[in-house]
Design a protein around this ligand. Structure first.
Ligand SMILES: Nc1nc2c(ncn2[C@@H]2O[C@H](COP(=O)(O)OP(=O)(O)OP(=O)(O)O)[C@@H](O)[C@H]2O)c(=O)[nH]1
Ligand SMILES: [Mg+2]
Length: 282
């Protein structure tokens, strides 16, 4: 048996969470077209007959961000790099290589660990920067081109990772797909719907907490959650005119939950102002 940790790292929006979900075969991490969707390192577990790989999905690395949350995110990425067996560095060949990418790259190339460069989104037609990444091959243990969205070459990636895992026992029982507690995952799903609906800076001022999640005697799963935001103005924007905004967020979350849980769900969603929620990340 081989087992170990593979950290998925890269700048925001390259498809790290999508890749982890595809590998694990279940939606563990939320994914949206907006940068900085992932906020906490989340583990996705792949157990096979001869191996167990624990993937750690990390928040996109942002250079020079000064707010508490971004700093905390960057720190959590750096610390998740310390104890892993394999580094999976994901890049997006459709986007220009800016300062941010260069600094991530330097950080990774300095690590003395097996490093796999994953060029993602190969399903897209226009990939002007793909040769730039291909030319970096000598700095990495391996280079694999994938489409996380479609699953292309994802098996080759899994096999390559397994090659570099030490011998060892399983960390988690078979069948366990994530380390994430249920309430946290529910909160993440609500946050995804918020992200998808809200514009520009608004998503980054929000935080979701699930206070209750239980199956009641009538067979319905009852979930109570609060969306925290920093100002009254944001609260009004989230609620929307006549409550339409929060209603739609609630409906799309509930629909997805009912699909996943194969159960009727009642979702009680409220919005509250808490100017200090970010400090809870400190
Ligand atoms: N066409 C295409 N789109 C992809 C692929 N992988 C991810 N995407 C899209 O890219 C966007 C970002 O994906 P995420 O998985 O949320 O990216 P991330 O790297 O986890 O982003 P952060 O959590 O913000 O760091 C989403 O709209 C995905 O659907 C791919 O292989 N092909
Ligand atoms: Mg993510």
């Amino acid at each position: 048996m081989h087992s170990g940790f593979a950290v998925i790292i890269g700048r925001s929006n390259v498809g790290k969470s999508t890749l982890m979900n595809t590998i694990v075969g279940s939606k563990i991490a939320i994914t949206t077209p907006k940068p900085q969707t992932t906020r906490l390192p989340i583990q996705g577990i792949l157990t096979r007959e001869d191996s167990q790989i624990i993937f750690v999905d990390t928040p996109g690395v942002l250079k020079g961000a000064k707010d508490v949350l971004s700093k905390r995110l960057a720190a959590s990425v750096k610390s998740s790099l310390q104890e892993v067996d394999v580094v999976v560095y994901v890049v997006d060949p459709t986007r220009d290589i800016g300062d941010e990418e260069r600094s991530v790259m330097l950080m990774i190339e300095a690590l003395d660990k097996p490093k796999i460069l994953v060029i993602n989104k190969i399903d897209l037609q226009d990939k002007p920067f793909i040769d730039f990444y291909r030319d970096l091959a000598e700095n990495y243990t391996e280079v694999i081109e994938v489409s996380a969205l479609r699953g292309t070459h994802v098996q080759s990636l899994i096999n390559a990772i397994r090659e570099h895992l030490p011998e060892g026992e399983q960390y988690y029982p078979e069948g366990q797909l994530t380390n994430m507690p249920n309430k946290f995952w529910l909160a993440e799903l609500i946050r995804e719907k918020l992200f998808l609906r809200l514009r520009q800076e608004l998503p980054y001022t929000t935080h979701v907490e699930v206070t209750e999640s239980e199956k009641r005697e009538n067979g319905i799963i009852y979930i109570q959650a609060t969306v925290f935001t920093t100002t009254d103005r944001y609260k009004r924007m989230i609620i929307g005119s006549g409550g339409q905004g929060i209603k739609e967020i609630g409906q799309s979350t509930r629909k997805e939950l009912e699909l996943v849980m194969e159960n009727k769900v009642f979702l009680d969603l409220t919005v509250e102002v808490d100017p200090h929620w970010m400090q809870r990340f400190e």
